[in-house]
Write a protein that binds this ligand. Structure first.
Ligand code: EPZ
Length: 418
């Protein structure tokens, strides 16, 4: 398995282009299954999870053409299978996103139950409860979700916990249900709104976009459209954090400042100087970070996907801070690895108590999940000596060419095939 070797101490300087968002691309690719004719996506990030989703669409019988610069055309006009197999779903939980579209368009679907993952059990009970509320008959047998619904019916459904892919799945299912569906306590992440905008351009009738109450009036058919994938706000947040932690000066091109407000506010609190333009963000830092408490929340609050990365700044800050993870039950897997580099962190339930240290020392560390890997790379950028981040396939799921982008900014980093 590949690993990334870093030698700390270089300031990051220069420009980096932000890629399309993994968490926008995955639901949009699934939405292709709703369209009577081809969908055409641009700015698609070249990531493992995107490749896995394309493979899954292919297995369902869709014709997928990958063009130059990772444009992707999906023609799902004649699907030959309604089954998403365990072999694929086990590598990517977001495969569950084909369930809603297949049910809506074909009246049945068989999707392997996604397993848990490092950050938590990650049940899909809300997805299933919502589809049952829309009239689907759902059984779980031999590890597969078997769903049937001759015609989904509109309903009012309350999410007792905000769920990003839960909202996306039910919204896609509702686009072709009979009557009106109201999703209450819906997720408001930008990727959810972007999916809704795309579905409306395909012929759906969704209102309340960007709010926590989505109203979807069912229609009989949806048509393929062209759609550009949203820039990745978590990748953007990660590079802003990389600029700050190395006391550098980095400009992100092709970013959406409005989607990273909570992260920008927190980094300014930590002492970073951040200036914004229409599609660029400049981050500078020339001091030791100021400790700041972090508490993850659903959007527009501080994102759980940025918790591990900003913890690294608290690890190096003057003072102490608390980091509270309210979304997932086990999203501190990076802590013990950071401790091996010299971080002083105590865990108690869903809170980490961080006491800032003056510096870190390089060490071989293990990536456990996507964002934990990113935090270990950030730590390696500043740790004294050499760090080796192993099992780097985790990071390839959500960061396009991370070692190339960091090297272009002046980092001493290289990928070593195992
Ligand atoms: C999405 O995951 C993202 N993935 C995650 O990004 C992100 O961390 C998460 O939203 C929260 O923002 C994609 O969009 C592909 P949830 P999702 O449903 O939808 C519980 C990354 O690093 N829950 O919003 O799976 C769940 O256990 C990944 O890019 C239920 O209990 O997350 C969690 O505690 C990691 N039952 C909370 O809700 C359900 O049916 C929020 O989960 C669904 C969720």
């Amino acid at each position: 398995m590949d690993k990334i070797i870093l030698r700390g101490g270089n300031r990051l300087e220069g420009e980096v282009r932000i890629s399309g968002a993994k968490n926008a691309a995955l639901p949009l690719l699934a939405a292709s299954l709703l369209a009577e004719n081809p969908m055409y996506f641009t700015n698609v990030p070249h990531l493992r999870d995107v490749t896995t989703t394309i493979e899954l669409l292919g297995q369902l019988g869709a014709r997928v053409i990958i063009g130059e610069r990772m444009s992707v055309e999906v023609d799902a006009t004649d699907i030959t299978s309604l089954r998403a197999p365990y072999e694929l779903v086990k590598t990517m939980r977001a495969s569950i996103l084909v369930l809603g579209p297949l049910l809506a368009r074909y009246g049945e679907a068989e999707v392997s139950l996604p397993g848990g993952c490092a950050i938590g059990t990650r049940p899909v009970n809300l997805h299933l409860k919502g589809l049952e509320a829309m009239g689907a008959e759902i059984e779980v047998e031999e590890g597969y979700i078997k769903a049937r619904a001759p015609r989904l019916k509109g309903t009012r459904f309350f999410f007792d916990q905000a769920s990003v892919t839960g909202t996306e799945n039910l919204m896609m299912a509702a686009t072709m249900a009979e009557g009106v569906t109201v999703l209450e306590n819906a997720a408001r992440e930008p990727e959810v709104s972007d999916l809704a905008e795309c579905l409306n351009r395909m012929g759906a009738s969704i209102s309340g976009i960007g709010t926590d109450e989505l109203v979807i009036e069912g229609v009989d058919r949806l048509d393929g459209v062209e759609h550009a994938i949203l820039p990745d706000r978590i990748e953007a947040g990660t590079y802003i954090a990389a600029a700050a932690v190395t006391r550098g000066d980095v400009t992100l091109q092709g970013a959406r400042p409005g989607h990273v407000e909570a992260v920008i506010d927190k980094l300014r609190e930590m002492g970073a100087e951040i200036t914004l333009g229409g599609d660029w963000i400049r981050a500078r830092m020339d001091r030791r970070p100021i400790a700041a408490n972090l508490r993850t929340q659903p959007y527009p609050g501080f994102p759980t996907d940025m918790q591990a990365q900003l913890m690294v700044l608290d690890v190096l800050a003057a003072g102490g801070a608390t980091v509270t993870e309210t979304v997932f039950e086990n999203r501190f897997m990076h802590v013990q690895e950071l401790q091996r580099m010299g971080a002083e962190i105590e865990l108690s339930g869903n809170t980490a108590f961080v006491r800032g240290v003056g510096g870190l020392t390089g060490a071989p560390v293990m990536a456990t999940d996507l964002r934990a890997s990113a935090s270990l790379v950030l730590a390696g950028l500043v740790a004294e000596g050499e760090s080796a981040v192993e099992r780097i396939y985790h990071i390839d799921r959500g960061y396009e060419r991370i070692e190339e982008k960091l090297a272009l900014l002046g980092a001493d980093v290289r990928r070593v095939p195992a």
